[in-house]
Design a binder for this molecule. Structure first.
Ligand code: XIL
Length: 311
């Protein structure tokens, strides 16, 4: 049977999805996930608030559950994530700034060592930029300045030298102020010999709004010698979704997949979730939904057919 993963693999790419621990018990959803996808990103289970809810106490149970499921089904894992301003436990934000670096280094070392050799890649720093391309003010930049990103990458590399190390963000899919900020940072890190392997373009799109400069933008990162990946693709529609919106969504998915395939360093595409019924979109963007390739009954939508055609 035609599957996303077999078509992607034939092109030297992967096709991934995000799964949460709750998703693992939903058999219809897991039938699609295991048939179609060959890469898994844990939706929440490897984030700091889960893995180190209090200082020095680690909880890898939920992340291990996702990893074990993925391994049992021949899927690889993108580790997500080590450092992020969100889903960050209160104890980190409350630390005196003089203690943030050692807390960050300990967190990265412990988590990346726990998963050493088991994850394909790590989103080492997630969402570090503001929309204008400046660095986001958070516990890490406040304590260490922009140098926290190099520190995080070096620390992750020391713990798991074979994992591909990524910076991941949203609204950096096209060429704009924010992706310029990421580009300038990436160039500067590489010139200092910092272990950075790839840039993740989250790709949480609104239907009809895939940036026309996405291909050129991926190409400029690739030209730095970096991998690029579409890490969290979805394409939200105002509900109820009309037939024309679903047709535009199909066009959008085809465009994203074609853009990735046109860039030799684009290693794969991951959708954020399996189906519309379990997507994060309706909970986070009220009034929007229908953002994935599968409807709530696990039936493929026009976006699935367009993806297959593009692959
Ligand atoms: C989302 C999860 O899907 C939700 O379950 C959670 O409540 C919030 O985070 N960017 C990211 C992901 O990098 O980690 C986010 O995941 C979606 C946006």
């Amino acid at each position: 049977a035609t599957t996303l993963k077999s078509l992607a693999e034939a092109k030297g790419r992967y096709f991934g999805t995000a799964l949460t621990a709750g998703d693992l018990g939903v058999s219809g959803e897991m039938n699609v996930a295991t048939a179609q996808f060959d890469m898994v990103t844990p939706g929440n289970e490897m984030k700091w608030d889960t893995t180190e809810p209090s200082n020095g106490s680690y909880n890898f149970g939920p992340g291990d559950q996702i990893l074990n499921f993925a391994q049992a089904h021949g899927m690889r894992v993108r580790g997500h994530n080590l450092v992020w301003h969100a889903q960050l436990p209160g104890w980190v934000s409350s630390l005196p700034s003089s203690q943030v670096k050692s807390a960050m280094d300990a967190h990265i070392t412990t988590e990346a060592t726990h998963y050493k050799g088991k994850v394909y890649a790590w989103d080492v720093v997630n969402e570090p930029f503001n929309e204008d391309g400046s660095l986001r003010a958070d516990a890490f930049s406040n304590a260490m300045g922009s140098g926290y990103i190099a520190e995080a990458l070096r620390t992750a590399h020391a713990a798991d030298p074979n994992a591909k190390l990524y910076l991941n963000d949203y609204n950096i899919e096209g060429e704009n102020a924010k992706s310029n900020g990421m580009y300038n940072l990436a160039q500067s890190l590489l010139s200092q010999g910092v272990p950075l392997n790839g840039i993740g373009l989250e790709s949480h799109f609104i239907v009809g709004q895939v940036p026309s400069s996405m291909l050129a933008n991926m190409q400029r990162f690739a030209a730095l010698g970096l991998d690029v990946a579409v890490t969290e693709l979805d394409d939200r529609i105002q509900l109820p979704a009309s037939g024309s919106a679903l047709a535009q969504q199909a066009t959008d998915y085809g465009t994203v997949v074609n853009d990735c395939l046109a860039v030799s360093r684009c290693v794969g595409v991951s959708q954020w979730g399996v189906d519309d019924g379990h997507s994060w979109i309706p909970g986070t963007f009220p009034g929007y939904g229908a953002a994935t390739m599968y409807d709530s009954n696990y039936q493929p939508k026009p976006a699935y057919n367009a993806t297959v055609t593009a692959l």
